[in-house]
Write a protein of this length. Structure first.
Length: 318
């Protein structure tokens, strides 16, 4: 399903329209964002079918909650979904990292130009396999050493499900250097983990950093307070500490929102880098640009630790 981008709209899924509206699991520190109902039909599996926005629909308590500091564009999912291998098995290799370590993924992307695997440096062996469509991904000179150039939205990577990914609970950090290029598509996923109606992802929506969390019948989006500059390296990060979510741009806090729910972490599925897996098992919203020094932690890194990442330092030892 493709949702048309529109500023000032919140999306309500079909179950809500049937009378199953749920209250949001988070609220921003800024004034509440009011949405309108969306008339939607069940997904037929066609990636570019879109619901119709009803401009006269009365305000509702949005099941999809947009959280933003100074306003921002409404996200929309692009066409061009691509398939991902279903049922990616758990890694057969035992995890040998310190079990107390909270850094469960660290991809430097310092591979050779045509490598097919991006090595995880966390010690948990969450290596990511490259999938290319057309020209595909190329490892090129990046922010720190090499980076993964995702091409013109023609490639992504997937790290198989693992006990370390499955251990994500109420705390989470996602951080990376991103170089975004202009694109006609409004949404580009940096990193995500998705299955049916349970997912979390860090994305760029119309040039603005956002994080999306979906659980059961509700979806929540939190937006940064300012746009990301195009055609330049920007360090992006989001943390959840069990009480709030915090978004950062270049090591500086951009927006904070109350978040007390567990992270909607779907177990048994891969972490996708440079795209998002939709409910039909397709990968879409592919990243247009480059990504470098991607970190996933199962705790909320501190503001000082995020600032250190933005200065080009490696992640903390645990």
């Amino acid at each position: 399903m493709r949702l048309p981008g529109r500023r000032g709209a919140s999306w309500v899924w079909p179950a809500v329209l049937a009378g199953l509206a749920l209250s949001s699991g988070c609220r921003a520190t800024n004034p509440a964002y009011q949405g309108r109902a969306v008339a939607a039909t069940p997904d037929s599996g066609e990636p570019d079918r879109a619901p119709t926005l009803s401009p006269d629909a009365p305000p509702v308590t949005p099941d999809v909650t947009d959280q933003r500091a100074t306003g921002g564009p409404e996200a929309a999912a692009p066409d061009g979904a691509r398939s991902i291998e279903a049922g990616v098995p758990d890694s057969a290799r035992p995890e040998v990292a310190n079990p107390a370590s909270d850094i469960i993924g660290y991809w430097k992307f310092d591979e050779a130009p045509n490598a097919v695997t991006a090595t995880d440096g966390s010690g948990f062996h969450n290596d990511a396999q490259v999938t290319r469509v057309g020209a595909g991904i190329v490892f090129v000179n990046g922010h720190t050493g090499n980076a993964a150039d995702m091409g013109p939205e023609t490639a992504w990577m997937a790290a198989s499900s693992s006990p370390s990914f499955d251990s994500i609970g109420s705390q989470l950090t996602m951080a990376a250097w991103v170089f975004r290029r202009p694109s006609a598509n409004p949404v580009h996923v940096i990193v995500s983990r998705s299955q049916a109606q349970k997912s979390f992802s860090m994305e760029i929506a119309n040039g603005t950093l956002q994080v999306t969390l979906q659980s059961a019948m509700k979806m929540n989006r939190i937006y940064a307070s300012r746009d990301m500059a195009p055609q330049t390296w920007v360090h992006v990060a989001v943390t959840f500490d069990g009480a709030k979510a915090q978004l950062y741009l270049d090591g500086v806090a951009a927006v904070s929102a109350v978040w007390t729910d567990p992270i909607p972490n779907p177990t048994g599925v891969p972490v996708v880098i440079g795209g998002g897996q939709n409910a039909g098992g397709m990968v879409d919203r592919l990243l247009e640009g480059q990504i470098d020094e991607l970190v996933i932690a199962r705790r909320a890194l501190t503001a000082a630790e995020i600032a250190a990442l933005a200065r080009g330092n490696p992640p903390p030892p645990r």
